[in-house]
Design a protein around this ligand. Structure first.
Ligand SMILES: Cc1cc2nc3c(=O)[nH]c(=O)nc-3n(C[C@H](O)[C@H](O)[C@H](O)COP(=O)(O)OP(=O)(O)OC[C@H]3O[C@@H](n4cnc5c(N)ncnc54)[C@H](O)[C@@H]3O)c2cc1C
Length: 384
């Protein structure tokens, strides 16, 4: 057992850290304030190979895997959580399921361009009436010759207005009683007739990330764009979320690290009662707890990433990583604002943005309650 990153991973970390510090962080406040989708940064991430971590070399990626992805992704999220989630979704929710479930033609058609950032990806499971209960989705697909015709409304799609290719989960069997068994996954291109993205949401945090509805009105999808087998889409959705949760747990690490860095600096600079507030034990303990909880969560995230890379069971471990990391990061953001006192509540200091951004980590890719449910189900099944 070795807790050090390998030399290759340290290089990836250093490259990501440089980009994060020099180019992403300086723009993050603007991205947030003006809701700027980080398209330029996505191009830079693509140039560094950061959009193809999960794509094998054969299809134009680096194939370095989830541990490499989380190492870079934490740094990006430390600088800008809007950019971080866009990168996470592209890698974990789009490239990964095509690699794991796509046929050869689909891999050749989409993966090289996704890895190069020529195409951006999105993942669309949620609908207005089905969030946590994703298997209750209603968007339908009926077969007409060599085409599937999709009808329905999806919502809360990260990168929904900007994505070129979207993994869309729909009901290919109209019998609602079948629930998960009636669901299939399709690769939908934004140029397919009948596809329309709606107005982006005006959010509390991660404001530079695009979150849009989709309207599918007799949207015609070639039969060859069925991803995996008909009726097996829900398994694809859940396997994909196991990976995605490791990404959101990593987003939590990045935001928490930013909170700790900001709090440490402010505690050194700010003087009250004739000395730096960092000299007071109450402020020291807050930082000690933030640092300890952050390191514990990072180990859970790395373990889940390694298990996924090794092809071993990791659904429970991914849920644990997301639960622990998102809970920790929300606490860290609260304490970072507290250490800043009144100025922490103003836009003059970045902790105000971290405090808004971090809230989403307990909501998407399965709420905190759903992570408890997943973990408890595994425990009740008698696993370790
Ligand atoms: C910014 C943003 C980006 C998103 N991006 C995407 C995306 O890219 N693709 C996508 O498909 N979706 C996306 N989502 C959707 C997100 O995953 C859902 O919002 C989330 O899964 C929760 O679903 P819901 O909002 O319908 O809440 P609900 O399911 O209605 O839940 C409401 C509350 O009830 C609780 N609850 C529900 N069921 C249970 C239960 N069985 N036990 C205990 N408590 C329960 C929940 O935990 C929550 O507290 C995004 C959402 C947001 C806000």
């Amino acid at each position: 057992m070795d807790f050090e990153l390998s030399e290759d991973l340290r290089m990836i970390q250093a490259t990501a850290r440089k980009l994060a510090d020099e180019e992403i962080a300086p723009r993050a406040a603007q991205v947030d304030e003006h809701k700027i989708f980080p398209m330029e940064t996505m191009k830079k991430l693509a140039e560094l190979g950061f959009l193809g971590f999960l794509v094998p070399e054969k299809y134009g990626g680096s194939g370095l895997g989830n541990l490499a992805l989380v190492t870079a992704l934490e740094e990006v999220n430390r600088a800008c959580a809007s950019t971080g989630v866009t990168m996470s979704v592209h890698n974990s929710l789009v490239c990964s399921p095509i690699v794991r479930f796509g046929n050869e033609a689909q891999k050749q058609k989409y993966l090289p361009r996704l890895a190069k950032g020529e195409l951006l990806g999105a993942y669309s499971l949620t609908e207005p009436c089905s969030g946590s209960d994703a298997a209750a989705l209603m968007t339908s697909a009926r077969r007409e010759g060599d085409t599937w015709v999709l009808n329905g409304t999806k919502n809360f799609v990260t990168t929904g207005s900007y994505a070129d290719v979207l993994i869309v989960f729909v009901r290919t069997n109209p019998d609602l009683a079948l629930k998960a068994k009636g669901v299939s996954a399709f690769l939908v291109e934004k140029t397919f007739p009948g596809f329309k993205a709606g107005k982006p949401e005006d959010k509390c945090g991660i404001r530079g990330s695009d979150t849009s509805s989709l309207f599918l009105e007799d949207c015609r999808v070639p039969a060859e764009n069925l991803l995996g087998e008909e009726g097996k889409g829900f398994n694809i959705a859940m396997d994909t979320l196991d990976g995605g949760r490791i990404g959101i747990a990593t987003q939590s690490l990045g935001i928490a690290q930013a909170c700790l860095d900001a709090a440490r600096k402010y505690a050194r600079d700010r003087k009250q009662f004739g000395k730096p507030i960092g000299d007071f034990q109450a402020i020291q303990w807050k930082q000690a707890e933030m640092a300890t909880e952050l390191e514990a969560a990072r180990l859970l995230v790395q373990r889940a990433a390694i298990l996924r890379d090794q092809g071993r069971p990791h659904a429970k471990e991914a849920a644990m990583a997301k639960l622990a990391a998102s809970t920790m990061a929300n606490r860290a953001a609260k304490e970072a604002v507290q250490i800043h006192g009144g100025v922490g509540y103003t836009r003059d200091f970045p902790v105000e943005r971290y405090f808004r951004d971090v809230r989403i980590t307990e909501l998407y890719e399965g709420t905190t309650e759903i992570q408890h449910l997943v973990i408890a189900r595994h425990l009740l099944k008698g696993g370790k």
